[in-house]
Write a protein that binds this ligand. Structure first.
Ligand code: BTN
Length: 240
């Protein structure tokens, strides 16, 4: 396995895309700073020098593209579990992409896939974790936080990275060997920020309310809508 570390780079996801064809499965790219960090839905991801973990993993699993988003769940479970183990901070998973502490976001995950209809060429799982940030720009203050702010002291990023990668490998292997997300879902359900809660589901212009009934064995969210219907959510924007 290869781990590539940079001082500064446009985006670790972009770099992975560039090297993906020749990269070995499991290649990890980490940078101290990203100049064009990317978030979901075309947003930017602020990635200041030395303050966070900006990291992407190249994966080449033999699974159908429809299963690709399960890698996001494996990543979310790994980050949440590792944060709890290393820092004692009470992190929760806001299905499917975010890790939150005290209702504010500490980590976002951006999974990107390349391939054809029936075959994945490669997957890139990008994780952005706010670790040692002391403060955020005003527009983020109500919605973002860092592990240091929550814990009240500095956190060693190396220890956290190692724990995330170890957990990711364990959950990934279990999924590939057993063909089920069982171990990942155990963590996702235990530390879910949405299970049993009423959430707002954002669909384009529309916003509907629903209560989360379960996270099923495929990792999908089963929601009871206010109008009596039930819906399975595959991914998408939700607010608590
Ligand atoms: C989101 O919540 O919108 C996802 C944020 C993902 C950020 C990470 S940081 C490492 C990797 N490289 C990027 O450009 N983005 C992801």
């Amino acid at each position: 396995q290869e781990i590539l570390c940079f001082d500064s780079i446009d985006s670790t996801n972009n770099y992975c895309k560039k090297i993906a064809k020749d990269a070995v499965h499991g290649t990890v790219v980490i940078s101290e700073e990203q100049t064009v960090g990317r978030g979901r839905l075309g947003r930017n991801w602020s990635s200041p020098k030395g303050e966070g973990i900006w990291m992407s993993i190249v994966l080449k699993p033999s699974i159908p593209p429809t299963e690709g988003m399960k890698m996001t769940q494996i990543a979310a479970a790994s980050v949440c579990k590792a944060i709890r183990e290393i820092t004692d901070v009470e992190a929760y998973i806001k299905w499917p992409n975010d890790i939150v502490v005290g209702g504010k976001k500490v980590c976002g995950i951006l999974t990107e896939m390349a391939g054809e209809l029936h075959k994945i060429d490669y997957l890139i799982v990008g994780m952005g974790i706010n670790v040692n940030n002391q403060e955020f720009p005003e527009e983020f203050q109500g919605i973002a936080t860092s592990l240091t702010i929550q814990k009240g002291k500095k956190i060693d990023r190396k220890t956290l990275i190692l724990c995330i990668l170890k957990t990711f490998e364990e959950l990934y292997q279990h999924y590939i060997c057993q063909g089920t997300l069982e171990k990942t879902l155990e963590i996702i359900r235990l530390y879910s920020a949405v299970l049993g809660k009423t959430i707002r589901i954002i669909k384009g212009e529309e916003e509907i309310k629903g209560k989360v009934l379960e996270i099923n064995d495929e990792g999908l969210l089963k929601v009871q809508l206010e109008d009596g219907r039930q819906e399975m959510l595959i991914s998408g924007e939700i607010s608590i």
